[in-house]
Design a protein around this ligand. Structure first.
Ligand SMILES: [Ca+2]
Length: 287
């Protein structure tokens, strides 16, 4: 039974109990009983309505059957101009299946995706794309989310060459604020082969129009993504699916790539975060 169905059932049960209980409370007493039960119903409704949540983990904790999709939430983002914020809610894509779920997806690329990731600083700062497809959740928001509590990062990839699933988890993941050009702190990686993110650790974010990397040219231009470029990368998860032909672009490396020992094209990828204190159990759902 879904949340709405349980609410309706709860209403019927409480109404029955209210009628049943009228043998005792009458008049003013009955009104107080009714109001108390109404308050309980409203509280239950708030709990069951995902718009009352502000975290994918909370949703999964209280609704174990919650599925992977885009959720509306009360508050999650830090910037008003985020494309994922509306006046009363914010939207987030929650991965509710991987490793017990409760993940906020902060970056997503789908096979043969068409969203342009070769974008300037402001787009990478505020976020762009479609939560149902490909998107970048925004540096301001990622900074906000990783500064509220300690989070773990998980990267799930499908590799282009053999269709295999490659996954890495990181016990440390923080993105500094705008004044530090959103410097990446990443560590505690676990996964197969080489840790491609380690080379990006402690690097500032760069785009084609804001070069903060350690390369003589702008990695954001030559490699066609916004990223924590060093000089330049072992992972380029915001690179283009198909190599563009801009003058001066390195045709081999201006791609969506992960290096696990060799440079491998990535067909699809998701980057997702979850509070380290998030614990999800599957018993005794509240609604
Ligand atoms: Ca440079």
């Amino acid at each position: 039974m879904n949340c709405r169905g349980l609410l309706a059932l709860s209403t019927i049960i409480l109404m029955y109990r209210s009628v049943e209980g009228t043998a005792e409370p009458r008049g003013q007493d009955c009104a107080e009983v009714f109001q108390a039960q109404l308050r309980r119903l409203l509280a239950l409704r708030k709990t069951c309505n995902s718009a009352g949540f502000n975290d994918c983990c909370q949703i999964k904790q209280l609704m174990p059957n919650a599925t992977t999709k885009v959720y509306k939430m009360a508050d999650l983002l830090s910037v008003a101009k985020s494309p994922f914020r509306s006046p009363s809610t914010v939207a987030a894509r929650c991965d509710m299946d991987t490793d017990s779920g409760g993940w906020i997806v902060i970056q997503r690329r789908v096979a043969n995706g068409t969203v342009n990731f070769t974008r300037g600083w402001c787009d990478y700062q505020n976020g762009f794309g479609d939560l149902e497809g490909e998107f970048w959740y925004g540096l301001s928001n990622i900074h906000y989310l990783t500064s509220q509590e300690n989070v773990e990062l998980r990267i799930d990839m499908i590799m282009e060459d053999d269709g295999s699933h490659l996954s890495w988890t990181y016990q440390t993941f923080r993105v500094a604020g705008a004044s530090d050009n959103y410097t990446l702190t990443i560590g505690g990686g676990q996964g197969p082969g080489r840790d491609a993110m380690a080379y990006q650790n402690q690097q500032q974010f760069s785009t084609y129009d804001n070069d903060n990397d350690n390369y003589e040219y702008a990695c954001g231009y030559t490699h066609q993504g916004g990223w924590w470029y060093n000089a330049c990368y072992l992972a380029n998860l915001n690179g283009p699916h198909i190599t563009p032909t801009y003058p001066g672009v390195n045709q081999r490396f201006a791609r969506l790539i992960w290096n696990d020992g060799t440079y491998r094209d990535v067909a699809s990828v998701e980057m997702k975060i979850r509070a380290k204190q998030c614990t999800i159990t599957t018993d005794d759902p509240s609604c």
